[in-house]
Design a binder for this molecule. Structure first.
Ligand code: ZN
Ligand code: ZN
Length: 405
């Protein structure tokens, strides 16, 4: 089964009232004291399922993996939406995936004070991902654009040389000296900690705006955008493409200026050469930078790939402003580092000479020279949003992707 729709039980850091969060929530709103706090979670976030008893508990780690997965191969690009839990420790007898029903269980954020033994993950998230391409397979690459990559700790009761699943005691694991040695516990200081930050503009002190699941908070007073960086909010460069009409809706995109070994993509002329566009290359095109455009919001894998390709080939240019729209700003739900992960995918889609692309792919490590959040204007109809310059349509339902999964 998949692991969608986990909920997190927390206490309001101000007044102590219970608060239930969705896994995608970035803002904790307390119904009692009206506090609004931004949740700065470390990467990966550590959660645990509280043990039902007070017995000595050993918590075993599972990777929670949710996001877009692609397989780039010479003849095709496969895509899938991944939403699973996979054990982060290869202990014999430990089920491969977490079999607890999310509806019944609420997670908690792990902290240094949480009682119990928490085992260190023995596998990385990468290693836990289902792989389709063998590393020795040569011309291909798996790409994972993770919307949620976290660790969930599941409780086991320790008795003698055995661990009993705290919810299904019939399920047991050997827990002898040898296993204990092989699976050390996480030091309390290594338990990453969630921080709650006031939703106040770090620059001018005004209330920051943003939907509950946004990764980017906006200040309408000093015209700034803030995204989490470690345990603080950091100013993010942004631009707004001025829209037509009052009912313009603004969708966020990451505009990346990249550098990568093996593939020249510095200027519009480079882009025209790579994509074999039937147009004469001018000196002006040699001078103007090329950007990769990536949706900063969640959509399904096929649509995400289509938008990165279309917007990158189109190179939307506009009359940019630095004044934030007053309304209809969509939340940022995909981080800039995740957007950078998508670069090989976009190149696989736009580079015409596949031999050149696949020769460069094994050592392709794109690096962002410049990252800007750009709000692009869309006209709204009841069912769709239409990009005002590209004229490409997106179904409004497609924008709630992820929220309903
Ligand atoms: Zn409160
Ligand atoms: Zn401000």
């Amino acid at each position: 089964m998949n692991g969608s729709n986990w909920r997190i039980q927390e206490q309001c850091p101000q007044c102590g009232a219970p608060v239930v969060l969705e896994e995608t929530d970035r803002i904790l709103s307390c119904a009692y004291c009206r506090t609004r706090l931004f949740i700065c979670s470390p990467d990966p976030c550590h959660y645990y399922i509280p043990a039902p008893t007070a017995a000595e508990t050993v918590y075993v780690p599972y990777w929670r993996l949710r996001g877009l997965a692609y397989r780039i191969e010479p003849l095709e690009i496969g895509d899938a939406y991944i939403d699973l839990n996979r054990r982060a420790l290869s202990l014999s007898g430990l089920p491969v995936s977490l079999g607890v029903r999310p509806q019944a269980m609420k997670l908690r954020f792990l902290s240094q004070e949480t009682p119990g033994t928490f085992l260190q993950p023995g596998l990385t998230a990468e290693e836990a991902l289902p792989r389709t391409i063998t590393p020795s397979g040569g011309a291909g690459r798996d790409i994972f654009i993770g919307e949620a990559v976290s660790l969930i700790y599941s409780p086991m009761t320790a008795r003698g040389n055995t661990l009993y699943d705290a919810f299904r005691p019939a399920q047991t694991l050997p827990w002898t000296e040898a296993e204990r040695e092989r699976c050390p516990a996480l030091a309390p200081t290594a338990r990453t900690r969630v921080r709650f930050l006031p939703t106040l503009c770090p620059s001018c002190g005004w209330d920051l705006q943003g939907a509950r699941d946004t990764l980017a908070l906006t200040c309408g007073n000093c015209q700034s955008v803030w995204t989490p960086s470690g345990a603080a909010l950091e100013r993010t460069p942004f631009l707004v493409m001025n829209g037509l009409g009052d009912d313009t809706h603004y969708l966020p995109f990451w505009r990346l200026r990249i550098h990568c070994e093996g593939i020249a993509l510095e200027s519009l002329a480079d882009l025209a050469r790579l994509t074999n566009l039937p147009r004469a290359i001018t000196g002006e095109m040699e001078r103007r930078p090329a950007y990769l455009w990536v949706p900063a919001f969640k959509i399904n894998p096929a649509l995400f790939m289509r938008w990165t390709r279309q917007a990158t080939v189109f190179q939307p240019e506009a009359d940019y402003g630095e004044k934030l729209p007053r309304q209809n700003i969509y939340p940022v739900t995909l981080t800039a580092p995740e957007a950078l992960e998508s670069v090989p995918l976009t190149l696989a889609n736009i580079v015409t000479d596949k031999r050149v692309f696949f020769a460069a792919l094994p050592r392709l490590k794109p690096h962002a020279r410049e990252t800007t959040l750009v709000y692009q204007p869309f006209s709204a109809s009841p069912r769709e949003l239409i990009h005002q310059t590209m004229k490409v349509v997106i179904d409004r339902k497609a924008l709630s992707f992820g929220a309903s999964m």
